[in-house]
Design a protein around this ligand. Structure first.
Ligand SMILES: Cc1cc2nc3c(=O)[nH]c(=O)nc-3n(C[C@H](O)[C@H](O)[C@H](O)COP(=O)(O)O)c2cc1C
Length: 321
């Protein structure tokens, strides 16, 4: 599978369809991952609520939480009419709730179970899942453990491995600390690429800007970025140029005008204003005018309507690219 050079990481409470749409305006090329959705939620819940997305979001991936081949296959079958470009299995999350469900990072200790899941999904739906995992967990943190996981799962037909380049502690650290305390080990991910050259290997963790991403691409096929895209979305406006050599980069006015049109379409469908404005808050963070922009958005939320005169009229348009 191609097209993993740069990806927006799956993030609960962050990468909903609205933030993904904004990132699509910032970069035409970046692959966008959804928040994790648990298998039973798709089977018993309200699929459109979790699955609807805008056609402009392609390439877009759905992330699934599952520890059960049968439920995973049923859940992926539910997603089929939506036309996601990829379904990714979460084998990286260490949260207590996820551990209690037997999925997320604890599945790294059960590569055969992961293999069963991806086989069942392929058999039932024709979808070849991808997997997002860590470099290890607890005391299971040597390279041999990681390589065996990849070997067993690849034998079940998985081609794309996204590796959060730090281990997780399943006890004693909360999920947030598990994203900062264990050190980054990108070298282990590079080694995976050397040992499994036929696989698509994507590294993830602590990548701050497109130039840093490009440096990783000397060693792996792709880079996934979470917090740095949420915290500084506009920093990625140069991504298509830096990573793909595109001549065209987005301009602020166009991005804001398009987002505004999108916002009005969703408002008309009954989406709350807050959900639509939220992705915009960090857009110009750290720049002159960034604070004033946030105050404008706060005022719009208090007033219960989009900023008067339009988003572009209120934004720091003159700064930077
Ligand atoms: C708020 C938040 C929510 C996250 N939710 C998920 C998730 O649902 N699934 C997942 O695989 N990883 C999740 N992650 C982990 C990220 O995908 C990523 O692996 C991690 O943040 C490291 O990348 P970064 O340093 O670029 O942020 C989450 C991270 C954050 C900050």
């Amino acid at each position: 599978m191609s097209g993993h050079r740069l990806a927006l990481a799956p993030m609960m409470e962050r990468t909903d369809r609205h933030f993904r749409f904004l990132m699509r305006l910032v970069s035409r090329r970046t692959r966008l991952y959804s928040e994790m959705v648990v298998d039973r939620t798709l089977i018993h819940g309200d699929p459109p609520r979790h699955l609807d997305f805008h056609p402009a979001e392609h390439p877009v991936a759905l992330q699934l939480g599952s520890a059960d081949p049968r439920l995973a296959a049923r859940a992926v079958a539910v997603t089929r009419p939506w036309g996601y470009d990829e379904v990714n299995l979460n084998v990286g999350c260490p949260s207590p709730r996820v551990q209690a469900g037997g999925f997320g990072v604890v599945l790294m200790r059960r590569p055969e179970r992961v293999a069963e899941i991806v086989r069942a999904v392929h058999q039932e739906t024709g979808v070849r899942m991808t997997v997002k995992h860590r470099v290890g967990l607890d005391e299971d943190d040597d390279y041999a453990f990681l390589a065996r996981f990849v070997e067993v799962v690849a034998a079940a037909g998985v081609q794309v491995f996204v590796v959060h380049a730090r281990k997780a502690w399943t006890e004693g650290l909360d999920p947030k600390a598990n994203r900062t305390v264990p050190p980054l080990e990108h070298a282990k991910v590079y080694r995976l690429k050397r040992d499994f050259p036929e696989l698509t290997i994507v590294t993830n963790g602590g990548v701050a800007d497109p130039e840093e991403a490009r440096a990783h691409l000397e060693h792996v096929d792709g880079v996934m970025v979470g917090r740095a895209m949420w915290d500084r979305p506009w920093r990625w406006a140069s991504a298509d140029r830096v990573l793909w050599g595109d001549a065209r980069v987005p301009d602020r006015r166009t991005v804001l005008e398009r987002y505004e049109a999108y916002l009005h379409e969703r408002l008309a469908e009954g989406v709350p204003l807050r959900a639509l404005v939220r992705p915009l808050f960090n857009l110009f963070k750290g720049e002159p005018g960034g604070r004033r922009w946030r105050r404008t958005l706060d005022a719009a939320l208090r007033a219960g309507r989009p900023p008067a005169g339009g988003l572009a009229a209120q934004a720091p348009l003159e700064v930077g690219a």
